[in-house]
Design a protein around this ligand. Structure first.
Ligand SMILES: [Zn+2]
Length: 314
């Protein structure tokens, strides 16, 4: 069996207090658009009305590809969000697969993630890891007495920068950033510090689990945008859990192929593009996303105007 349609998704939105107005004009604050999520609904075509997770469970490797199925079964393995940050987000850390299993139980996964900066106001910063030579004892004590912020490493970032954060990396996004975030599908986020905001049932701190999960020696480098030409694809991040590629085109199309190995999730971040395969076509505006089923095979990324897109796969 093959699936030969592009699956355009309807994103889910989150209106957390720290959001802005870039992702969904007229709805302020909109903090997050979950552009690839197992509960997003497929917008059109033969699978219209199913959620991505339902389609993955029903079609398995046909949709997901051989590689993700061999690792995580028929659960959709990635979550992709766009985040519009008008304030500091909580300082957080995620367990790795092994620790998630130990702390949260059977069938639970850790979370490795990456950020690609879509827009950055002048002076915008994020936190990724610690200052050099910060010891495990210092980290544990500073998480307990809520002085951790004195030991973190702030990094100035600009449009096009990429940050890869293996599970265990302490991190937070700062105000003035619009970000594409790709991560393992996992429910486990440990909140280390929340800038003195009151702890509530929905926003508790996770002190002891944070200490277990945090790696004092992890400091994520900021990788600048590669030089790119017309009709090119560049790999920004490659890891065990996902590969993130930047597609750039103004007049030249890019030929791509899933080869049955993994689905591709394409999100346009600038301009406008179409995906085309035998008799199939989907048009994507800025911030719109389509999942290309692994069984679809060869297809073409065709720019309508100068455009850039991000492609995530497993
Ligand atoms: Zn995170």
């Amino acid at each position: 069996m093959t699936l030969c349609s592009f699956l355009k998704l309807d994103p889910a939105y989150r209106d957390y207090v720290w959001g802005g107005e870039k992702l969904r004009p007229g709805f302020n604050p909109t903090a997050e658009a979950w552009v690839v999520w197992e509960e997003d609904t497929i917008h059109a075509g033969p699978l219209a009305g199913l959620t991505l997770g339902e389609a993955a469970a029903r079609y398995g490797g046909t949709l997901l590809g051989a590689r993700p199925v061999s690792r995580t079964g028929t659960r959709f393995p990635l979550l992709i969000k766009l985040l519009d940050c008008a304030q500091w987000l909580s300082l957080q850390v995620h367990p790795d697969d092994k620790l998630a299993l130990e702390l949260e139980g059977p069938g639970q996964f850790g979370k490795t993630e990456a950020w690609h900066i879509l827009e950055a106001e002048p002076g915008a910063k994020l936190i990724a890891g610690f200052q050099p030579n910060t010891s495990a004892e210092t980290v544990a004590e500073a998480i307990r007495n809520q002085t951790i912020i004195e030991h973190v490493r702030y990094a100035a970032v600009g449009q096009g920068d990429t940050v890869f954060m293996p599970a265990g990396t302490l991190h937070a996004l700062g105000p003035g950033l619009l970000v594409y975030e790709v991560q393992q599908t996992s429910d486990w986020t440990y909140r280390v510090y929340d800038w003195g905001r009151p702890q509530t049932e929905k926003r508790p701190l996770h002190i002891e689990k944070s200490i277990r999960a945090t790696r004092p020696d992890f400091t994520a480098p900021i990788v600048p945008m590669p030089a790119y030409g017309d009709g090119t694809s560049h790999t920004l991040v490659g890891c065990d859990y996902f590969t993130l590629d930047l597609l750039s085109a103004s007049t030249q199309p890019i030929d791509l192929d899933t080869r049955g190995e993994s689905f591709h999730a394409i999100t346009v971040i600038e301009g406008k593009a179409s995906l085309m395969a035998d008799g199939e076509r989907v048009d994507l505006e800025r911030f719109q996303t389509a999942v290309v089923p692994a069984s679809l095979g060869a297809y073409r990324f065709e720019p309508q105007v100068a455009c850039r897109a991000l492609k995530s796969s497993v």
